[in-house]
Design a protein around this ligand. Structure first.
Ligand code: SAH
Length: 377
């Protein structure tokens, strides 16, 4: 009965065949309601359980004391609330914390907490590796293994909360860790919904940011389904250069990307898109490029965040000098473009933007290795 209800009503969980317990962590509010309906329970059970899990951090059904004992036992038989495990924790001199989170099969992703005076930002990963292969990013260099499940993505928030031990330390969440969140839309979406849901983490939509290299169709979809804040990794003001730095640009060029951004901005609370621009010496940091960038965003609902390039082993770029970054910033500001320079944090523990590599075995390489082994055997 349960199996049938789940298979027909929860297409996303169609792999669930009743043999294994279903991990409820990360199920979107609507999916959780379906789940309880499938059990023959009232849909408000979803809200009750969400409150226990996301507001009180209880991951054991037996501790959910306003549910009947019989129902708790039944839940225990069919469902779990499983977190991934922390493999390693690093603390930077500047207070930044990085966790290596084990997601099974030898794969691990990274989660970073960055404390500031008035806020605490948690940077979470959405994929083990990344397939987009941006030229200046360590994650891309290591290749792609797989999408994280919603439980693995949301689990990072739980683990960080536990590790920090200070209630309310995390005020902002950014999908800026490993991976391209919009390439794993199906698992990122329920997490984004839970982060802003009143019965979930209850964060304001302005405080949850999805960062994308520019998957245009997904930006339109996101606009309809959950308008959290959006950051876009622009990094170049012309298609010629962006094709090289952010190869997804060949499929979704700048003009189309910006059109999607302006459309998106109409629906969000912050009403502004953040454009990330990594500062690469002699590549994208000239005043002519500042002029080109200005003409793309001036007068639009946009702000620019200049990111000093963070190096990693094998990187082929250098960071622009402080003087050049300041001049670039000044140029934009003097033309009315709101511009900030991102402070590099956690550099000593390789936790800065683009340095996250985790432990990811590139699936393409694995296939190649398997082929070679087969031939040798
Ligand atoms: N895939 C998403 C999230 C990636 S990481 C995206 O592309 O937006 C978050 C930001 O760090 C992105 O803007 C990314 O381009 C930037 N970044 C990647 N490598 C970097 C590096 N080595 N130094 C500085 N920023 C980097």
């Amino acid at each position: 009965m349960l199996t049938k209800a789940l298979n027909t009503e929860l297409p996303q969980y169609s792999r669930y065949d009743g043999a294994e317990k279903l991990n409820l962590l990360g199920l979107a509010p609507g999916e959780l309601k379906y789940f309880f309906e499938g059990l023959g329970e009232k849909p408000y059970r979803a809200r009750q359980v969400m409150h226990w899990v996301y507001r009180r951090g209880v991951l054991d059904f037996h501790g959910m004391t306003d549910l009947s004992v019989q129902f708790r036992k039944r839940l225990d038989l069919v469902a779990t609330l499983d977190l991934p495990e922390i493999a390693h924790t690093d603390r930077s001199k500047d207070g930044t914390t990085k966790w290596l989170v084990n997601v099974g099969s030898g794969q691990a992703v990274e989660t970073v907490f960055i404390p500031e005076l008035s806020r605490g930002t948690l940077c979470i990963s959405s994929q083990a590796g990344c397939a987009l292969d941006c030229a200046f990013c360590a994650t891309g260099h290591h290749g792609f293994n797989r999408n994280l499940t919603a439980a693995e993505i949301l689990g990072q928030v739980f683990l960080a909360n536990r590790g920090l031990k200070i209630e309310g330390a995390i005020t902002n969440i950014v999908f800026m860790g490993m991976g391209e969140p919009l390439a794993n839309y199906r698992n990122v979406m329920p997490v984004a919904q839970l982060l802003v849901d009143d019965y979930g983490f209850g964060l304001s939509r302005r405080r949850v940011t999805i960062s994308t290299a520019g998957l245009v169709p997904m930006i339109y979809r996101l606009a309809k389904e959950c308008n959290v804040a959006l950051a876009v990794s622009l990094h170049a003001p012309t298609d010629d250069l962006r094709d090289q730095l952010v190869p997804i640009n060949k499929r979704h060029p700048i003009r189309q990307l910006l059109k999607a951004c302006w459309y998106y901005a109409e629906g969000i609370a912050s009403r502004q898109i953040t454009f990330e621009y990594v500062m690469l010496r002699d590549i994208n940091d000239s005043l002519e490029q500042a002029r080109q960038l200005t003409s793309l965003v001036r007068g639009r609902p946009a702000k620019v965040n200049l990111i000093p390039f963070n190096s990693f082993p094998g990187a082929q770029f250098q960071c622009s000098s402080k003087h050049v970054i300041d001049e670039f910033c000044q140029y934009l500001r003097s033309r009315g473009v709101v511009t900030t320079i991102r402070q590099t944090r956690g550099n000593d523990i390789d936790a800065a933007c683009g340095q996250l590599a985790g432990k990811v075995e590139n699936r393409m390489r694995i296939r190649l290795r398997d082929k070679v082994l087969k031939r040798l055997s």
